[in-house]
Ligand binder design. Structure first.
Ligand code: NAP
Length: 282
């Protein structure tokens, strides 16, 4: 019998992470002799932690806040899309070499496709926010062939930088939050990626949606609370809505597949996550 394989997630904090439950359930259900462990690693210890993972033969791991960028120079290779995004969330061991990937953007796209069969529909896409998650989603959408993807952000210069740093033929525009509110009728897909709506800002929304198209698809990548004020507004306006659980599950499923070569059951992963979040069912 071979050694049990070890996977995991590195972050600070890490105790709240839903990934161990999601991955361990799948490893067990699929009969894979492996275990996924949460590792609490502070920034100053990251180089030693990566070296230690390698020496101990950890087969693959996820990287979460705040290490997604700092881990990049510590890896043997970084995939071109992750390089462009400037962040790695998944590391795979390939003959002892650690290769970094970013599955956040594709995880988001896979989640939307599951709920919105017409994706990518005609019409423009608007990303609200220009932080790390927005970067992953923007670059992956553009790399997958979408051309009309605009970004609005509280700090306009960050949206401009994000668009400007990606040399493509994409027809993207940077907008202020106010401009986006008045231009909403142009968009068939809205993607909320700011942290507004969770924690201290629960009940708040980064923009008002009065001008939204009625048949719009509206995604919020937050999943606690289950339905943000932004999604409440969108649903009241007649839109089809989706929260951040789908992205969480699908970015994890893509990592799982890279490590094991096996596609996990994303419905079961979703169920595991929802149970951990308090037994909410769809
Ligand atoms: P980040 O890099 O810190 O970016 C935060 C974004 O929120 C920026 O665009 C920022 O605008 C905006 N923002 C913050 N406070 C604001 C305010 N008071 N008013 C307006 N805008 C404000 O964070 P991130 O890593 O992108 O994460 C963003 C959210 O996505 C978090 O809630 C995180 O939990 C969630 N997330 C979910 C998943 C998933 O799998 N579902 C994955 C990754 C992240 P400025 O540029 O103006 O500061």
């Amino acid at each position: 019998m071979g050694l049990k394989k070890l996977y995991g997630v590195i972050g600070d904090p890490i105790a709240h992470s839903l990934s161990p439950a999601m991955h361990n359930e799948e490893l067990e259900k699929l009969g894979i002799d492996a275990y996924y462990h949460p590792f609490h690693v502070k920034g100053k210890d990251l180089p030693k932690a990566i070296e230690g993972m390698k020496v101990l033969g950890v087969e693959g791991f996820n990287i979460t806040i705040p290490h997604k960028t700092d881990v990049m120079p510590l890896l043997d290779e970084v995939d071109p899309l992750a390089k462009r995004i400037g962040a790695v969330n998944t590391v795979v061991s390939n003959n002892g070499k650690y290769i970094g990937y970013n599955t956040d953007g594709q995880g988001f796209i896979d989640a939307v496709k599951e709920e919105w069969e017409v994706f990518p529909a005609s019409g423009r896409t608007l990303i609200i926010g220009a932080g790390g998650a927005a970067r992953a989603i923007y670059y992956t959408l553009i790399s997958s062939g979408l051309t009309q993807v605009d970004i609005c952000n509280r700090t306009l210069s960050r949206a401009e930088e994000l668009i400007g740093s990606h040399q493509t033929n994409a027809d993207s525009q940077a907008l202020t939050l106010k401009e986006a509110e008045s231009e909403l009728g142009r968009y068939s897909l809205l993607i909320q990626t700011t942290s507004i709506g969770m924690g201290d800002s629960e009940g708040m929304s980064p923009i008002m949606l009065q001008n939204m198209q009625q048949n719009c698809f509206v995604a919020d990548i937050i999943y606690t609370p289950w339905k943000t004020a932004f999604l409440e507004q969108a649903a009241a306006g007649g839109a089809k809505i989706q929260n951040g659980i789908g992205m969480l599950v699908h970015q994890g499923a893509l990592a799982f597949e890279k490590w094991t070569g096996i596609s996990p059951d994303t419905d079961r992963m979703k169920k595991t996550v929802m149970e951990r979040l308090g037994g909410i069912t769809c």
